[in-house]
Unconditional design. Structure first.
Length: 135
């Protein structure tokens, strides 16, 4: 705290390189510099000893913004754990549907029903039934 007070107000000190890279990637994403954003996120992931679900999700968002559903699916499947938030699950399902992989989308929805609100679960069950009837 004393160090922060001693610095000039124009000086910003970052001690978390990974966090800085993620923040810069967010700026690049908003500037539609998708390749640079992904490169920064990859570098941030390399700063971490274990897969970081937030960084993996952000890389998938970059791929989605590029319109690259195949990469979205590949990136989100890199995560070895189980997702504990809905956003990556919804993004994965959306990309699978765009790739005409409705049965896989149904399996993902089924696996993650517990993350959804009761209203969302009801909608998801209808989608699962619909997707399972398709190819």
């Amino acid at each position: 705290n004393a160090l922060a007070r001693s610095l000039s107000p124009e000086f910003i000190a970052y001690f978390d390189k990974s966090g800085t890279l993620v923040n810069l990637a967010g700026v690049r994403l908003e500037q539609n510099s998708f390749d640079e954003a992904d490169s920064l996120l990859r570098e941030a992931q390399n700063q971490s000893a274990a897969p970081n679900p937030s960084i993996i999700y952000n890389r998938a968002v970059v791929a989605s913004r590029k319109g690259d559903d195949a990469s979205v699916v590949a990136i989100l499947r890199e995560y070895p754990g189980k997702w504990d938030s809905r956003a990556p699950v919804f993004l994965l399902v959306e990309s699978l549907v765009q790739l005409q992989k409705q049965k896989e989308a149904a399996a993902v929805l089924s696996e993650y029903l517990n993350l959804l609100t009761p209203e969302e679960q009801e909608k998801a069950r209808h989608l699962i039934e619909e997707y399972q009837k398709r190819k």
